[in-house]
Design a protein around this ligand. Structure first.
Ligand SMILES: C[S@@+](CC[C@H](N)C(=O)[O-])C[C@H]1O[C@@H](n2cnc3c(N)ncnc32)[C@H](O)[C@@H]1O
Length: 320
């Protein structure tokens, strides 16, 4: 009962400016260029371990948050197009340009990927945080850092509200907010879709994984880092699975971003149902969560693995 009261108060706290971590004044880390550089290069390195040798051509991101920096890092790694899809317009032109300028310096320096010492909570973890020079070779870097190309990216960020709804289909950056319809992107038009700390907020997972599947070219990759934790709504990391649906709804009814409370097996199942092959899973284990006897009835389907998996990176492929 004490925990439920705490959660309801925590839900109410989202109305008080300054108290909410995710109440609309900031989404996480993408305000920082180093964070964006780290996140993008981790997705790229993990995709490299699954067999890709170069940065994919067309990259889309779900939920970029406070800046488009992770996708801008993709453009500087050799991608030619980046499409950002969000449900709330968190990013703005001046922050995007600032982040781009800092990213250019990081790529010019071939800086190592900021790792666990700087970002202990950012996943996926890598064995090696050196700059992935074999995937982003000198020629690619020289091309992507050319002054004309950087000017084109800056122009695009400034135009049409920061890249959104750009009339030019070949624009390097497109920022579509809100997106609710899979037709926002052409079928089979992108090579990689990635997300960082987003899929735990998506209401309709079957629809969203299906849309991602449709946008990808055959053989394309989906790379998602997902956090299954309760985001401070309970004392234990998976305490949100103890609340009945009405209690959860009451506590969260005015949150801008509400956790979907899905577990690892739910995400894997939804992606497989969309047609994906799961080609890599990097679960984060935490044995300190609730036991089976403490779950609300709607979570009785969770597996033992779900009960100890507090987050995961999932790499999936659309069959070639
Ligand atoms: C916790 S923030 C993470 C932001 C950023 N990826 C980062 O790592 O800092 C979650 C983001 O997901 C977005 N989001 C929530 N539901 C979404 C959906 N269905 N499609 C796209 N983005 C969504 C939110 O608006 C927000 O930008």
């Amino acid at each position: 009962m004490k925990t439920k009261t705490k959660m309801i108060l925590s839900g109410l706290a989202t109305y008080v400016p300054g108290l909410s971590k995710r109440g609309g004044t900031g989404t996480g880390g993408s305000v920082s260029a180093r964070y964006c550089y780290s996140v993008w290069l981790r997705h790229l390195v993990v995709a490299g371990q699954a067999g890709i040798t170069r940065c994919p051509e067309a990259v889309a991101e779900l939920g970029p948050g406070d800046s488009l920096g992770a996708g801008l890092a993709a453009l500087l790694s050799g991608a030619s197009r980046y499409i950002a899809l969000d449900v709330i317009r968190h990013a703005d032109v001046s922050r995007n340009i600032e982040v781009l300028d800092e990213l250019v310096e990081l790529f010019r320096a071939r800086a190592d990927i900021p790792g666990e010492a700087e970002y202990p909570d950012v996943k996926p973890y890598l064995d090696d945080y050196s700059f992935p020079g074999e995937m982003i070779d000198e020629e690619t870097l020289a091309r992507s850092l050319e002054p004309d190309r950087l000017a084109a990216i800056r122009r695009c960020l400034r135009s049409a509200d920061g890249g959104s709804d750009s009339p030019d289909a070949d624009a390097p950056v497109v920022y579509r907010v809100p997106w609710f319809d899979a037709s926002v992107l052409q079928p089979e038009s992108v090579d990689l879709v990635f997300s960082q700390a987003v899929m735990e907020y998506v209401d309709d997972l079957p629809f969203t994984y299906r849309a991602i599947y449709d946008w990808l070219k055959p053989g394309g990759l989906a790379s998602h880092q997902i956090d299954y934790k309760c985001d401070q709504t309970a004392d234990r990391w998976n305490g949100h699975w103890a609340y009945s649906r009405p209690v959860w709804h009451l506590a969260n009814r005015k949150r801008l971003m509400r956790l979907n409370r899905k577990a690892h097996s739910d995400h894997v199942r939804a992606q497989q149902a969309a047609g994906f092959w799961i080609i890599g899973e990097r679960p984060i284990e935490d044995g300190s969560g609730l036991g089976r006897d403490e779950l609300a009835p709607e979570f009785s389907h969770l597996t033992d693995e779900d009960l100890r998996t507090s987050g995961a990176h999932i790499l999936a492929m659309k069959p070639p």
